[in-house]
Write a protein that binds this ligand. Structure first.
Ligand SMILES: [Zn+2]
Length: 303
């Protein structure tokens, strides 16, 4: 059965062919049904109640909120246009006459698991693309300023002699469940909170295939050679700008030689051990909205 990972979308039409259509864009920007998702310093505006819900502003508030940032077209959901705008220039959004009355800016890494799948995708997308704009105000070729184009989906260098066009960047990371018989490798990276442990992961390097990356990272981190590297599914992970490509691979040996600069610990865990985890256990699984959790749960369900 096809199932998309959290933060991915089967609902959004990105309408990339309309991003340069000024007439269409201006019509959407003056349409009272079009929505605006503001982002402040990489935090999304949400309302907390029983569930956490994104605050969708009337797009016509753009002129009250914009600083130097241009609105970015995210796409259409059921025919409604969604835009995002970076409002990081506002000093105290909680005290702002519009934003402060609508909700609070929260870190999606914190509230993500409490948000509906469809809305989680839009918030992640808004956060990710604003992050890219914030960090690409200057041309990486000549150092001049850059300007957004194509409804926020590219930036062009303002130095006419250079004229370089820059596109939103996504960093690919492989994440892999390594199995041997009934056991998988679970590791603890220094950045993991509390008692969480997870499958291994690492960034793709230039000139590598995804399968090469899986094999290299596993060998680097725990000294194990792998085979039967099989792609499973992927997940946008805009914290800040990654795509997680999920794999499974079979270990050729079981002796672990841990790279302690990358991992605090790593060990084999059996299905029974993983299934017996309770909130009081010394090991906790990754968060429920992560591809890591899904890779583990899919494997557990097979045995
Ligand atoms: Zn340039």
């Amino acid at each position: 059965m096809k199932r998309n990972n959290f933060y991915s979308s089967e609902f959004l039409d990105r309408v990339s062919h309309l991003r340069k259509d000024a007439t269409w864009l201006s019509k959407q920007m003056s349409d009272a049904t079009s929505r605006l998702l503001p982002v402040w310093q990489s935090n999304n505006l949400v309302r907390s109640g029983e569930n956490v819900e994104p605050v969708e502003l009337d797009v016509r508030h753009i002129d009250d909120l914009r600083g130097e940032a241009e609105p970015i077209l995210l796409g259409l959901v059921d025919g409604t246009a969604y835009f995002t705008l970076d409002v990081s220039h506002i000093d105290a959004p909680d005290a702002h006459e519009l934003l402060g009355t609508q909700g609070v800016f929260e870190d999606l890494r914190k509230v993500g698991p409490y948000i509906d799948h469809k809305q989680g995708n839009l918030l992640a997308y808004a956060r990710g693309i604003n992050y890219w704009h914030q960090r690409h105000r200057y041309c990486g070729v000549c150092g001049a300023t850059t300007k957004p184009e194509a409804a926020g989906h590219q930036r062009r260098c303002t130095n006419q002699a250079c004229n370089a066009v820059h596109f939103p960047r996504t960093d690919v990371a492989c994440i892999m469940l390594i199995y041997h018989g009934d056991r998988i490798i679970m590791g603890k990276a220094p950045r993991f909170q509390g008692k969480m442990q997870s499958v291994l992961a690492g960034f793709l390097e230039p000139g590598e295939t995804l399968e090469d990356c899986v094999a290299r990272e596993v060998y680097e981190e725990v000294g194990v050679r792998v085979t039967d590297v099989e792609y499973q599914h992927s997940q946008p992970w805009p914290f800040p700008s990654s795509l997680m490509a999920g794999f499974r691979a079979r270990a050729l040996d079981t002796e672990l030689t841990i790279d302690t600069t990358e991992l605090l610990s790593a060990d084999w865990m059996s299905r029974d051990e993983l299934k017996a985890i309770t909130p009081d256990s010394p090991v906790q699984l990754p968060r429920p909205d992560s591809i890591a959790r899904r890779l583990i749960e899919e494997w557990l369900a097979e045995g």
